[in-house]
Design a protein around this ligand. Structure first.
Ligand SMILES: CC(C)(COP(=O)(O)OP(=O)(O)OC[C@H]1O[C@@H](n2cnc3c(N)ncnc32)[C@H](O)[C@@H]1OP(=O)(O)O)[C@@H](O)C(=O)NCCC(=O)NCCS
Length: 186
């Protein structure tokens, strides 16, 4: 059963959770990022290099009672492929145009986290769609990339992200795949 239509910043959606998304400081989202992505580790482990850069954007999603339910961060970071990790057949064969984007200006999506009490309600999708649509403000539009936890890769794939590499390990965090989201036209 779908929930009523809602409006974010002038964009109307037919159905989905009633969520408000704001641009905030790193400090605002740190506790949720820590709780979801770095549990059982010190709070500082949830600090990301570049969190306080002026080019970094932090997105916070709030429910109708003002509770912070999801967050994500965009860092201004070029798309680079680790030469030690082979790229997937999908990336090489079906998206050859993206090879030309390697090294170009792009943004890295990091710290995508929905509070465990609110998984599978469409909040992650809403936040991701919002970021993809609004990431160009106030800067120029770029493509996006991320290192996705392998268990979350299908979530991104369902939103048009392409898997660039097979799984590789990020120490103390676990297996990831690099993913790419084409936003610009080529
Ligand atoms: C990955 C993550 C961000 C997804 O957020 P989410 O809010 O659960 O995502 P959504 O609800 O939009 O979609 C998740 C699934 O629920 C389904 N769903 C959405 N609304 C639903 C509803 N009302 N009822 C049932 N299922 C629903 C979606 O179809 C989707 O299915 P899929 O996984 O097959 O694509 C979230 O699970 C999370 O924070 N996980 C822990 C941290 C993490 O791994 N972060 C990613 C780091 S790379």
């Amino acid at each position: 059963m779908s929930t009523p239509a809602y409006n974010i910043d002038g964009f109307y959606f037919r159905s989905g959770p009633n969520i408000q998304i704001n641009l905030v400081s790193a400090k605002e989202i740190l506790p949720l990022r820590h709780h979801v992505l770095r549990p059982n580790r010190p709070l500082e482990s949830a600090d990301f290099l570049g969190d306080d850069d002026p080019s970094t954007s932090h997105f916070a999603a709030y429910d109708t009672e003002g509770n912070l339910v999801a967050c994500a961060t965009l860092l201004d970071k070029p798309f680079i492929i680790n030469p030690d990790i082979p790229t997937t057949k999908d990336f090489q064969e079906f998206h050859p145009e993206l090879l030309s984007t390697i090294g170009m200006r792009a943004r890295q999506l990091r710290g995508m986290a929905v509070h465990p009490d609110h998984h599978k309600k469409g909040i992650g999708s809403l936040l991701l769609n919002y970021i993809e649509t609004h990431q160009s403000i106030p800067m120029q539009t770029t493509d996006l990339w991320c290192n996705a936890r392998t268990h979350a890769a299908s979530f991104y794939q369902n939103h048009g992200w392409i898997t660039v590499t097979p799984p590789f390990d990020i120490p103390n965090v676990g297996p990831h795949v690099q993913m790419y989201r084409k936003i610009r036209q080529y």
